[in-house]
Structures are given as C-alpha cells and as structure tokens.
Design a protein around this ligand. Sequence first.
Ligand SMILES: O=C(O)CCC(=O)C(=O)O
Ligand SMILES: [Fe+2]
Length: 232
Amino acid sequence: MKKIEIIPYPKKLDLQLDIKSLVQEMALANLQFLSGDKTNRGAIHDAVNGIYLRGHSKQSIFGNPSLEPSNKYNEPYLECLPTIKKFLSDFPAKIIGRTALLLLDEHAQIPIHVDADPHGYFKKTLRFHVPIYTNEKVYFYNSDFFYHMAAGEVWCINNIARHGVINDGDAKRLHLVFDVFIDEEIINYIEKVQPSIAIPAKERPELMEKIGWKNRELPPYLRQKKHNNLNR
Ligand SMILES: O=C(O)CCC(=O)C(=O)O
Ligand SMILES: [Fe+2]
C-alpha cells in the first residue's frame, strides 16, 4: 500500500499524550535544544531547534532500516522523558523510527517542502506530530489545506506530500515528532480515523505567501495571483 493511500490527508488519532506529566519531566531534564536544528534537515528548518530522542540522522535506522525495535537507537534524553517512552511503546505500530522534539520560533515558518532521503526511509514510515506548546496562530500546511493541532493531540501527516508550518504567534511552538515504520497495525488504525477540520489553503492566500518557499512550489492559483500583482 502506498503512503498516499494510507494517509491521503492529515488525520487526528483517537489518542492523547499526557502533556502535564511531560512538561514536568521536561523541566527536570533541563533540555538543551540544538540551534538551527543541526540534523541534516536542510536550510528550510533554520527556525527550528531540535532534540533527538531516537534515531539520530547519522544512525543506521535511516540508511538500512533493519526493522528492529531495538533500544540501541534511543538517545539519552528519552530516558528522562518516561511519558514519551511509554507513549511510544504503547503506540499501535511495532517499530518507532526517528523521534525528536522540535521547537519552532515565534513569528517563523518552515517553508513548504517535501521530505526526501536517499534510502526511501520516508516512504517506509509515517510521520506523527504531537503539539506540546502551541497557540492558535500555528498552522500546519499539508497538501493544500491548513490544520490546527491542539496540545496533546496526535496527528499523522504525509511528509512526502507538500507540507510546511507557520507560527504567527508570540510564543515558540514545541512538537513531539516521530516516525513509525508502516505495518499492518498502524494501517488498520489510521484507516478508521475520520477526517478533521481543514482550512482550504486558497481561503488563506496570505498564509500561503508566508510559507511558499519558491514561487514554483506554490500551487497554480497562487502563482497566477503573484503574476497578476506584478502586472498591476
Ligand atoms: O513542525 C516541524 O517542526 C517539522 C515539520 C516538518 O517539516 C516535518 O514534520 O517533516
Ligand atoms: Fe518536513
């Protein structure tokens, strides 16, 4: 089954992460975020600071996903965050992939992009997002729609389709972001999830202007609009 068939649009799962316990654990763990998300994710993620909890990009989980659920890919911080560790071990998928806490600056964007890697890791995995700190001015774009994700909610997105994030709020946004290797259990789980509220991107051209990385990556209707503006 292709990823686009499994996750044709973002889905909010019937699961919650216990944010209250997690926030207490995070305070105790004294987390040190790496500035500029120095994790091979490219310049588009300049506004993101990250902490890897599992499967850092240099580890073989990406190059050669041997599909072993081994703890050897865990990073030390994961031990300080038992709420996340338990959540991942209870998650309806056998093998958890790369896992990180990603902090997005206030008044910042992750421009529209498609995740790509030479090993096909992103084709073999599904990407999940769980907001920890967020605000109503954070918009997640995926395939021509915007989504609001509230704290503690668990969302699956399609990261090999176009996606990006805007944080227009005055505070930083923190997400737990993790991948799972596609298996039957997660496919069955995702299949049952009903569609969530989505805002068509064409209704929010000002947001699209903010996260359109390059003109050629904007959908045709916005390319046209830009062109018209130039002619005026
Ligand atoms: O929200 C983020 O920090 C990362 C979004 C993204 O590009 C992804 O999940 O691939
Ligand atoms: Fe991405």
